[in-house]
Design a protein around this ligand. Structure first.
Ligand code: CIR
Length: 256
């Protein structure tokens, strides 16, 4: 069960966020704010306490708060984002983490190690970590040794196509794994019940499980139906403005 969720309001500078899909156009700030509100409403329906942080105008991508930390039952790990325009975002999450974790259980990924939370997928006490353009080998080594200090485990997954691990694969509990593209045939995920995301709906591989509800991006009917067929309660949330800058549902929150 998740008790708490941290989100950060989108900044007005959002339209300058990093994107690999400029053809989708720039995000509309007012619509992004509206969509963010509905995202928070959906999370509230899942029974969690919401901690909403103020926008950080100097960081266009800062609403993607997931990338700044990894929160486990035993410790919080402050990330070290691997792209310069986002690197200092992680400094702004520390004060909030101190309200939930004792100081000695707050750990840090240190340079030259880099790691972004979007590259980390939690499956029980095991954490899969994507080696990506943002998360490097040294970051992964540091991350796994921190996990092991707390009796948790981690393993590396090499990424070839996607930005972050969770851009393409997400665990929705009960052994169910949403898999798209490069993850469909990866041997590391053979043991799970794989829900194959069709190429036409690949964006919807990024769903979030929160207390027996799965939040699914609006506009991906095949994915929605597959998840409903597994017996989950499903809530759809429109994330069109965040998609324009490579963001999805998981990126917008830290759930713990
Ligand atoms: C970035 O490139 O960092 C942002 N425009 C998107 C971050 C998405 N975050 C995530 O997948 N966890």
């Amino acid at each position: 069960m998740f008790k708490n969720v941290i989100v950060r309001k989108p900044s007005k500078t959002l339209c300058e966020g990093i994107t690999s899909a400029p053809e989708l156009g720039k995000p509309d700030y007012n619509l992004a704010i509206e969509q963010h509100k509905l995202y928070v409403e959906a999370l509230k329906k899942c029974g969690v306490n919401i901690i909403e942080l103020e926008a950080l105008e100097e960081f266009p991508d800062s609403c993607f708060v997931e990338d700044t930390a990894v929160l486990t039952k035993k410790c919080a790990i402050v990330a070290n984002p691997g792209i310069s325009s986002r690197n200092k975002e992680s400094l702004y999450i520390i004060d909030t983490l101190k309200k939930f974790y004792p100081k000695e259980n707050i750990e840090y990924i240190k340079s030259p190690g880099t790691l972004e939370g979007g590259d980390v997928m939690m499956v029980g006490n095991h954490f899969y970590v994507g080696k990506s353009a943002r998360t490097n080998k040294e970051g992964i080594t540091q991350f796994i040794s921190i996990l092991e200090k707390y009796g948790l485990t981690g393993s590396e997954i090499a990424l070839e196509e996607v930005l972050h691990l969770k851009t393409g694969i997400n665990y929705i509990e009960n052994n169910n794994m949403l898999v798209s593209g490069e993850f469909i045939n990866k041997k590391e995920f053979e043991r799970y019940n794989k829900i194959i995301i069709p190429q036409s709906e690949s964006y919807a591989a990024n769903c979030i499980y929160v207390n027996n509800t799965v939040i699914v991006p609006l506009g991906y009917p095949k994915v929605k139906e597959s998840i409903e067929n597994l017996g989950y309660n499903v809530i759809c949330v429109d994330t069109s403005e965040f998609r324009k800058i490579d963001g999805g549902l998981s990126c917008l929150s830290l759930r713990f």
